[in-house]
Design a protein around this ligand. Structure first.
Ligand SMILES: [Zn+2]
Length: 82
């Protein structure tokens, strides 16, 4: 009778462990998901220091610029326009 009780207790413990293992893993809220926005490559205006996406920057002599006016002002100030 003593061994029967021991067997029942062991069986209960094993069934509880099996149930815990069968449970689907909890979804972590901070699980690494795919980033929605890719990092844009940024450029800095050589005239005013504004950061802007590289595909919106205007290339010029001496760097890239946020606008045509800043490109003209930079080239005028640095004498790159002849
Ligand atoms: Zn600028």
């Amino acid at each position: 009778m003593k061994y029967l009780l021991l067997i029942v207790v062991v069986a209960l413990v094993f069934s509880m462990l099996a149930r815990k293992r069968a449970r689907p893993p909890a979804v972590k809220p901070d699980s690494p998901a795919q980033p929605k926005a890719q990092a844009l490559s940024m450029a800095t205006c050589a005239q005013c220091g504004l950061h802007l996406p590289l595909d919106e920057a205007l290339p010029g002599q001496g760097g890239v610029f946020c606008s045509g006016a800043h490109r003209a002002a930079f080239e005028l100030a640095h004498g790159t326009r002849s």
